[in-house]
Design a protein around this ligand. Structure first.
Ligand code: ADP
Ligand code: MG
Length: 320
């Protein structure tokens, strides 16, 4: 079969008529028209083979995850997705890969009304960089800097399964086939909390998405807000599969796992009902896992209120 050229592959796999954007693929720039008065929210995330994903992942799931991690950033800011661009480097133009990748990518894009409007394609080691564009009412974006003394700390969904899956791939943990498939889905098909992020506008005081590990990402909120926190480690929600693992592994996965793409956020106690209403409307759980205090630092306690020693770091691409 004749190798597919750059423009043929863009035309065949990535070009679709735009519905909301003014202009999509095919010109030197795409044109977006945010609703009048709205602010643009912009974020980029890159996925590099061997660093952000394993070669064992299916192209379809890779397409999903590449967009999911970007939509997660929009969610953390409470923004509504509008459009995205895709910069793609691949060793070869393999049609089986491209077809699966595009399928996973567009399935998630369509679910959130987020259109592909442009990008770049080149030959090279597999590397996927997506930039997402969203909109948010002026002054309403959720920021890392808004946590205040006395706020409750919440996390959406469950955390830790993606890390447990990674440990299985590394061979340090063995699970039954069924349990492994379940945690593998958490790692390869994360669900960005797009509806929850928007529902938390005006309710949460600060937010971040958990990509590098819960405590590491919490540290960003604490630092930017100039506050400290106490986290109830046993209250952090986890799956039944993870809950059947040894305590130390549960804590490592839930507190320092990474790749969770859940929302970690704070809200004043007076907003507790509003938080639960937002979670209910969004079809995802929000669990209170601790409290913000004005004294700096991070304290971990167990279910009996005893201090839990910790040395959990955050994932750092230049240190690990
Ligand atoms: P330029 O040379 O002006 O940067 P290209 O020739 O690289 O543009 O791309 C042609 C068109 O295809 C542009 O509209 C660009 O945005 C789009 N495009 C290129 N690669 C991709 C991709 N991977 N996904 C979506 N659109 C792409
Ligand atoms: Mg150009």
């Amino acid at each position: 079969m004749e190798a597919l050229g750059e423009f043929d592959l863009i035309g065949k796999y990535f070009t679709r008529p735009v519905k909301r954007a003014v202009l999509g693929i095919g010109d030197d720039c795409a044109l977006l028209q945010p609703a009048p008065g709205m602010q643009l929210a912009i974020s980029s995330d890159m996925l590099v083979e061997g660093r952000h994903f394993l070669s064992t992942v299916s192209p379809q799931r890779l397409g999903h995850k590449a967009l999911a991690v970007n939509l997660s950033d929009l969610s953390a800011c409470g923004a509504r997705p509008l459009a995205f661009s895709l910069a793609l480097a691949m060793p070869r133009a393999e049609e089986a890969f491209l077809a699966g990748f595009a399928q996973g990518l567009f399935a998630l894009a369509d679910e959130h009304g987020c259109e592909l409007v442009g990008g770049d394609t080149t030959q090279g080691p597999l590397n996927i960089c997506i930039t997402v564009f969203g909109e948010v009412p002026p002054g309403k974006a959720l920021l890392r800097s808004g946590a205040r003394d006395g706020d409750d700390l919440y996390v959406s969904g469950q955390v830790g399964d993606a890390r447990l899956a990674l440990e299985c791939f590394r061979g340090s943990v063995a699970l039954s086939g069924d349990a492994f498939e379940r945690v593998r889905v958490a790692m390869e098909l994360p669900q960005p909390r797009v509806a929850l992020g928007q529902a938390l506008r005006g309710v949460a005081s600060s937010a971040i998405d958990v990509s590098d590990g819960l405590l590491g990402d919490l540290a960003h909120i604490l630092q930017r807000s100039g506050v400290g926190a106490t986290v109830e480690v046993d209250a952090v929600p986890r799956s039944a599969v993870l809950a059947s693992q040894p305590t130390a592994l549960q804590r490592e996965c839930t507190l320092a796992g990474g790749d969770d793409y859940e929302l970690l956020f704070t809200a004043a106690p007076s907003q507790a009902d509003a938080v639960q209403a937002a979670a209910h409307r969004s079809g995802v759980a929000a669990t209170r896992i601790g409290r913000i205090h004005s004294s700096p630092g991070l304290r971990l306690v167990d279910a009996r209120g005893q201090s839990v020693p910790h040395s959990f770091g955050s994932f750092d691409h230049f240190k690990s």
